[in-house]
Write a new protein. Structure first.
Length: 140
């Protein structure tokens, strides 16, 4: 009886460890998909926590050529307000790709804004998706 109980306890512990290993590596914060013509944007705001690493990514569908992905610290003071600084201080950018992505570790708790711009679209509108997720244990 004791051997059976020990076997079940070991099996349960192994099952729990396996479940932990198969846990998702990310926690989704924002996922937004829209049909956009060239030159249009998807904008998403999120509060990011200090010391945590986040994956900010964009993707587009069949007729889409290239995207520009920008990440702004919306909490940062910007002296000159214009079209380039309307979302705050630019802290990361990747452009010219169909699937751009940034890994970002927040230095402080702050509000951030991600902006995904469709720069090339061969159709009247292209399907574009902006995602922000918290990475578990990932290093930038």
């Amino acid at each position: 009886m004791k051997k059976t109980a020990l076997m079940f306890a070991a099996l349960f512990a192994a099952s729990a460890a396996c479940a932990a290993d198969n846990a998702p590596a990310t926690r989704g914060i924002v996922s937004q998909t829209e049909q956009l013509p060239a030159g249009q944007t998807i904008t998403a705001a999120a509060r990011l926590a200090a010391g945590k690493t986040y994956r900010i990514s964009g993707s587009c569908g069949k007729h889409c050529g290239k995207l520009r992905l920008q990440l702004f610290n919306s909490s940062a003071h910007v002296d000159l307000y214009d079209e380039d600084t309307r979302h705050g201080a630019l802290v990361g950018e990747q452009s010219g790709l169909k699937n751009p992505g940034l890994n970002w570790t927040a230095a402080a708790d702050a509000d951030y804004t991600a902006v995904l711009t469709v720069t090339e679209c061969a159709a009247a509108a292209c399907t574009a998706t902006l995602d922000i997720s918290e990475s578990k244990g990932a290093k930038p």
